[in-house]
Design a protein around this ligand. Structure first.
Ligand SMILES: CCCCCCCCCCCCCC(=O)SCCNC(=O)CCNC(=O)[C@H](O)C(C)(C)COP(=O)(O)OP(=O)(O)OC[C@H]1O[C@@H](n2cnc3c(N)ncnc32)[C@H](O)[C@@H]1OP(=O)(O)O
Length: 559
């Protein structure tokens, strides 16, 4: 990772680094080479001077291209930045490989953008030699019960390896290198919660340009990791034995998932994180194996997870879209750019939202709405090939428990103290029936190296549903799209009133048809969806599959 300097910035941060450094300086390589393979394999191409020269050029170009690869839940920018285009042009000009007509900024920009998309769509299958990591090189994932790349669609859906009785599951934890130990985290305990918050806020997912890093709040982590029936054993940390510093984490929570016709109990795996100073030492596979073992011990043999990286093998890929709310801040922090044919003033005008919501009867969801919302949600989610099945308790947890405390506004405009989720219903003013609901959650990002603003306040569209979907010909008549545009449009207004800077959504559920009308812009981040130990054919995400509309396959929103 490129911004170690950021970590070293504050004194609390450097405490951790020093601790890691002290231990790892001693014999970092042998201590942490867990799968017995070297992460510093000698490069045969560097043996001749010609080779060296070529390699230098190639690595500079590929460094630039690396910047463009879908390697994270990056959330900014509609297009390839000018600076990257300029550098690539300069590189190509030096090499003299393109004619002057081919060497226009626009054609390069387009090519780079397409390459990036293609890479994700084709699963890093190796386009133009840019993506050399093929299946043979996935040393860990090649050993796991996941569909391997290049495998055709399965004849029928089902597990890859059968479940085992608990007494046949390995009973002892996987081995860690000397100096490190396993630790089960109690996320309800404020001190341990803070430890998880600290490691993630300093080391978790960053965008491709190391400009933004997810900053899940302590309240968010407590909410996300404690759904009904959660297992503390699935909240797994690795500590340094010497000073007990938490240096890695992975978590799972139980959920019931429908994949096409099958309903399977799965674990939802998230927040895999290894301290920046301990990367590329094969610690991640050990964490994954240990959480798998813990899931097996509870009789769970399937899992769902998402990642920005492409590994064997995505069941779908979605793309991020962003609706700008606080334009001046988004421009100043370089989250967005003023397009060439725009001015800042015009951009602000074009994106201005009403201050009042549009749907009559829209109000915050309350406990009394729970049964109606859960029922509407259950029926609505049948529209998608893969969706969660929620009990009433789970719906209560997901839609009501993240409301925060105090009055609305007690933590600033439109927010309560510790508020993580916003859930709204539409109560028909005549029939008093709940006809629609929407929810979104707060997930800020640290703006790395920013002195003025600490965080970018982002809202993410969560679950929603509308009775309009059940009207005859709702979809063909455009009635559903119209209703969803009003509903999600109102979510934007609520989000804007709660002082979010940007509202994000993925190309899943019924989002795709409404994103354009609501002025969401395409982002440069992709999210790959994965199933562990389950085969099914591709699900429609960013693209349609088998004549299905984009989005329709995925009805799961991962936190
Ligand atoms: C039945 C129950 C089953 C439960 C388990 C289901 C599976 C759950 C799977 C986990 C779902 C997580 C969902 C999320 O949380 S996605 C978010 C992941 N976190 C981050 O991106 C935060 C910043 N990055 C880091 O902390 C590290 O780079 C991580 C920890 C990601 C890798 O650490 P490091 O960089 O030091 O690498 P290594 O040397 O230890 O290990 C290299 C191996 O790890 C494979 N790798 C790298 N990144 C990921 C990734 N995001 N998912 C799966 N595998 C990943 C990689 O392909 C290689 O294997 P192979 O290519 O050689 O084969």
């Amino acid at each position: 990772m490129s911004n170690e300097s950021t970590i070293a910035g504050s004194s609390t941060k450097s405490t951790i680094i020093d601790a890691v450094a002290v231990d790892s300086d001693h014999d970092e390589q042998s201590d942490l080479e867990i799968e017995g393979e070297s992460s510093h394999a000698p490069n045969a191409a560097s043996s001749s001077s010609v080779g060296k020269k070529k390699k230098k050029k190639k690595s500079k170009a590929s460094k630039l291209l690396d910047k463009l690869k879908g390697n994270g839940e990056d959330r900014h920018g509609d297009e390839v930045p000018q600076e990257v285009v300029d550098q690539v042009m300069e590189e190509i000009r030096t090499q003299g490989t393109l004619s002057p007509e081919e060497l226009s900024a626009e054609s390069i920009r387009q090519a780079l953008q397409e390459m990036k998309i293609l890479e994700v769509v084709k699963g890093k299958a190796g386009i133009g030699g840019l993506n050399p990591k093929d299946m043979g090189e996935h040393k860990f994932w090649a050993t796991q019960p996941v569909p391997q790349m290049g495998e055709g669609p399965p004849e029928e859906d089902g597990y890859i390896e059968p479940s085992r009785p608990v007494d046949q599951v390995r009973q002892t934890p996987y081995g860690l290198p000397n100096g490190y130990e396993w630790s089960t985290l109690d996320i309800q305990d404020p001190d341990q919660n803070k430890e998880v918050y600290d490691i993630l806020s300093r080391n978790y997912v960053e965008d491709d340009y190391a400009a933004f890093r997810f900053q899940y709040s302590a309240e968010f982590l407590r909410w996300a990791l404690t759904p009904p029936g959660y297992h503390q054993e699935w909240h797994i940390g690795v500590r340094m034995t010497s000073n007990k510093k938490l240096i890695a984490f992975i978590s799972g929570v139980p959920m019931m998932l429908r994949v096409r016709k099958n309903v399977i109990p799965v674990s939802e795996i998230n927040y895999l994180c290894v301290h920046k100073k301990l990367r590329s030492k094969r610690l991640a596979p050990v964490l994954i194996k240990e959480v798998t073992r813990q899931c097996h011990l509870k009789g769970i043999f399937q899992a769902i997870y998402t990642a920005g990286v492409v590994i064997p093998t995505p069941v779908s890929v979605c793309r991020y879209f962003h609706r700008s709310l606080n334009i001046p801040k988004l421009i100043e922090t370089k989250f967005s750019y003023v397009p060439r044919n725009m001015t800042l003033a015009r951009m602000i005008r074009v994106n201005k939202l009403e201050s009042k919501t549009s749907l009559p009867g829209l109000r915050e969801m309350e406990e009394k709405d729970l049964a109606h919302v859960a029922d509407l949600f259950r029926r609505y989610m049948q529209r998608f090939d893969m969706a969660p099945i929620m009990t009433l308790e789970e719906a209560r947890h997901n839609f009501l428990s993240g409301k925060g405390t105090g009055k609305l506004g007690s933590a600033g405009k439109g927010r309560r103290i510790g508020q993580v989720t916003w859930s709204y219903v539409v109560e028909d003013p005549e029939t008093q029936k709940i006809t629609d609901f929407f929810s979104f959650y707060s997930l800020p990002s640290t703006i790395i190296n920013d002195t003025k603003y600490g965080t970018l306040e982002a809202a993410y569209l969560y679950y929603y549903a509308t009775e309009s979907a059940f009207e005859p010909v709702a979809e063909i008549s455009g009635q559903l799209k119209q209703r969803l545009t009003s509903l999600i449009g109102d979510a934007l207004i609520v989000g804007n009133e709660a002082a979010f800077d940007v509202f994000n959504a993925l190309t899943l559920m019924d989002n795709v048809p409404v994103l354009g009308d609501l002025k969401f812009g395409v982002g440069d981040g992709f999210l790959n969806f994965y199933l562990y130990n389950w085969r099914t054919t591709q699900l429609a995400g960013m693209n349609g599959v088998d004549g299905q509309s984009p989005g329709k396959g995925i009805g799961v929103v991962m936190l």
